[in-house]
Design a binder for this molecule. Structure first.
Ligand SMILES: Cc1cc2nc3c(=O)[nH]c(=O)nc-3n(C[C@H](O)[C@H](O)[C@H](O)COP(=O)(O)OP(=O)(O)OC[C@H]3O[C@@H](n4cnc5c(N)ncnc54)[C@H](O)[C@@H]3O)c2cc1C
Length: 397
């Protein structure tokens, strides 16, 4: 029976709940809103399927990682206004819908909770666009993907690498005899695979309850009803990380939530031990921001409006991403010229992450906001101290 001994051992992909034929596993949120499996010992028959499907802590070979490989950079000018990087993820999802795939991705519900959902048309795809900097709730989603495959539907799943790995492992487990229903996800009608996976490169996923409480905090101060929220507003420029909160009578553009995220206080513990933060990915195609494009390819994307990096890992991925019907620019580059940290190693936690979690759980969001936020006295003092140290170093060298 699955029982993640340490929080670092579970990424919350929810594959274990989906594979259990006895319905013995429920995903339950912890104090920060991260989902973890809880096994009902009365229903569990100890068949071991949940342990078999979990790939998160299994050692992965990095032998196939080729630092000398080429990567593709792409830009879809018509999508930049509502895409987080160059619009690649949206272009791939559009293509998938056009050829009949059911597309899964992360959307923000009317209550501002981020959940994975299935969409079937271009209108539905609009909710999947843009990055949501919070862990997406996957409860029930792997089971729905499996059900789709079982009845012959084709699925294009998008998510973080750990979510893609969970879906892939679930399908493998079924194929290898985990159940009577064995969707052969890699053999569809014609030459098109029934399951395609696209992952996004990920810096780590923040706590859902911190996002919820941040919105509550701002709404209470603002005193109006929150109409919409964007984690990173493309209108501020690709390099900016500012959230946009639209109230009935005011629009706020600020970076208090982004500050907490980039300080690495509130990420899922497993993100700091992520086995997929490397070039060997559990997907067909990877989409990322192409940081460094201005230097690597001057003139291609110098306007601070976004550029995508694409890595393709499988023949199915190559076939699918070989062309796009939408207007785009596309170039090959040596990967090492645009290789970012998150494709090489997991992000390390802030030394204060444990304290942040304890204060948040015991005293609530207002306390962490005042103690760890960018206007907090200790943070301002540390910033000042860093500036002094820099100045002293500069003067003495
Ligand atoms: C938490 C997080 C951290 C990221 N960190 C990095 C990073 O360090 N380096 C980097 O290059 N790129 C990172 N990205 C991805 C990047 O910001 C772009 O989203 C990605 O390159 C796709 O953008 P696009 O313009 O191609 O299309 P868009 O239309 O902007 O693509 C959105 C896609 O992202 C998926 N998505 C959005 N939010 C989530 C979520 N919470 N969980 C799972 N899937 C989600 C959607 O399903 C959709 O497929 C991160 C994204 C998230 C959500």
């Amino acid at each position: 029976m699955i029982h993640p001994g340490h929080k670092e051992d579970c990424c919350g992909c929810c594959a274990c709940g989906a594979v259990c034929p006895h319905g013995a596993i429920r995903m339950v949120p912890d104090g920060m809103g991260f989902l973890y499996p809880q096994v009902d010992a009365g229903l569990c028959v100890d068949c071991g399927l949940c342990e078999r499907v979990c790939t998160f802590t299994r050692p992965r070979s990095r032998e196939e990682e080729d630092m000398a490989r080429e990567a593709e950079v792409l830009r879809f000018p018509d999508f930049l206004d509502r895409s987080q990087s160059g619009g690649l993820a949206y272009a791939l999802m559009r293509k998938a819908v056009a050829v009949g795939y059911k597309v899964y991705g992360a959307a923000m519900d009317a209550d501002f909770v981020v959940r994975h959902r299935r969409v079937e048309d271009l209108e539905g795809l609009q909710a999947l666009r843009l990055s949501k900097y919070v862990q997406s709730d996957m409860a029930g989603v792997p089971a729905q993907v499996l059900a789709d495959l079982k009845v012959g539907r084709s699925v294009f799943f998008t998510g973080t690498a750990c979510q893609c790995a969970g879906i892939a492992s679930l399908c493998r487990t079924y194929r290898s005899g985990g159940s009577d229903a064995r969707p052969s996800a890699r053999s569809g009608e014609g030459s098109r695979p029934r399951l395609l996976l696209m992952d996004i490169v990920c810096h780590g996923v923040p706590a859902p309850y911190v996002w919820r409480d941040y919105l509550d905090h701002v709404s209470r101060r603002q005193g109006g009803k929150l109409r919409s929220a964007l984690f990173r507003d493309p209108a501020q420029g690709w390099h900016a990380s500012k959230e946009k909160l639209v109230f009935e009578d005011a629009t706020l553009v600020r970076d208090d939530y982004a500050f907490l995220y980039y300080q690495r206080y509130m990420m899922r513990p497993a993100c700091h031990a992520c086995p997929y933060a490397c070039l060997s990915r559990p997907s067909d195609v990877t989409a990322a921001d192409c940081w460094g494009i201005e230097k690597a390819l001057p003139g291609f994307a110098d306007d601070n409006r976004g550029c995508s990096l694409m890595l393709v890992h499988t023949p199915a991925g190559h076939a699918f991403a070989a062309d796009f019907p939408d207007r785009h620019l596309r170039r090959m580059l040596p990967l090492k010229e645009v290789l970012q940290e998150n494709l090489q190693r997991p992000v390390s936690p802030s030394p204060f992450a444990g304290l942040f979690a304890r204060v948040y759980r015991t005293m609530g969001f207002a306390a962490v906001f005042h103690l760890f936020g960018q206007r907090a006295l200790p943070v301002r003092a540390a910033r000042k101290l860093r500036r002094w140290v820099k100045t002293i170093k500069r003067r003495s060298s």
